[in-house]
Ligand binder design. Sequence first.
Ligand SMILES: *Cc1c(COP(=O)(O)O)cnc(C)c1O
Length: 396
Amino acid sequence: MTTLPLKHLFDIPEGTIYLDGNSLGPLPVGAVQRATKVLTEEWGRELIRAWNTADWMGLPQQVGDRIAGLIGAAPGSVATGDTLSIKVYQALAAALKLRPSRRVILSDTGNFPSDLYMAQGLIATIGKDYELVTVAPEDVTDAINEDVAAVMLTEVDYRSGRRHDMNELTAKAHRAGAVMIWDLAHSAGAVPVDVTACNAEFAVGCSYKYLNGGPGAPAFIYARPDIVLAVEPALSGWLGHEAPFAMEPAYRPAMTTERLRVGTPPIVQLSILDAALDVWDGVEMEDIRTASVALCETFIEEVERRCPQLTLASPRDAGQRGSQVSFAFSEGYPVMQALIDRGVIGDFRAPNILRFGFTPLYIGHDDVVQAAEILEKVMAGEIWKEPKYQIRSRVT
Ligand SMILES: *Cc1c(COP(=O)(O)O)cnc(C)c1O
């Protein structure tokens, strides 16, 4: 078993306790060297030859296979590129085509807005009486019926950290004849995931959160191997074509998961992500989970004891939580600004959620206790009332 945390693998500023790796992972040390090499040696010296000489062309699949290893997917079943919103759109569009007689996309009200927006946009484009139905997370099971073409859920709720049961809901969706799409944005690298065991048709996710791929890092999409050839790509770009360089006038999808690629891969970002994934070599997700639960439990205990003004907004049962802890407080925004000013970086989600992500790769027990101590000072001293903490930035 690897001893966690592995702080030496990350470049985190001195004096910072980083509890926002659920939103943007920190800089892995190896990423700098890799990015420099890609820019100077590969792009700089090799120019366009690097697509072959540095195997840029193989990079999307290579990185997809590494992500596959973290989510229980078979090699070759994960395609990378674009953003998560795009991957949601592709999975949804393909799912609807797989169930042509059905008209409902079912999701929950806790889902991340962009996933719901993409569903709305897709429906607006195809028309034909399609409908997005959203119910409370706890009501999803009962809302799955034979009108549902696709159930689209995010396993771990971005606000509360509440976790759905992937196996159970997928089985329910399948009994009703629906296609299952899981968004793993807050799962990949955070909790053990086994997409193969869960048997969902699609899974999507991003790589800049718990996978530390950096701002704008490419997203990923998994398609269950037995349905790949039935997947009709809605975004039929040339790099999802069976033979991109044949330059054929008609689209012909690749005979693999690569059909879910669209255009030119973001090589610099993919390279950085590839280096970031080195961190996981020798790390077991089960060990990450054990450490994550311990960190979250400690934080809840410390904060509840020190800050009676805050209300836990995450499930109390660790089994129903991802790798984050949220607290509700009416003045959550200025509280978070005051905390950040004191080196504890979490984030705020409207309307009243203070959100803290726990990533055992670079957070240890002492960091958690110290963060709670600083939060106590901000709350008890009402430091958050200072006018400078009231000013809202564009990104919260
Ligand atoms: C972070 C997140 C997104 C963001 O999508 P991008 O296209 O990468 O900006 C989408 N969905 C969920 C569930 C998320 O947590």
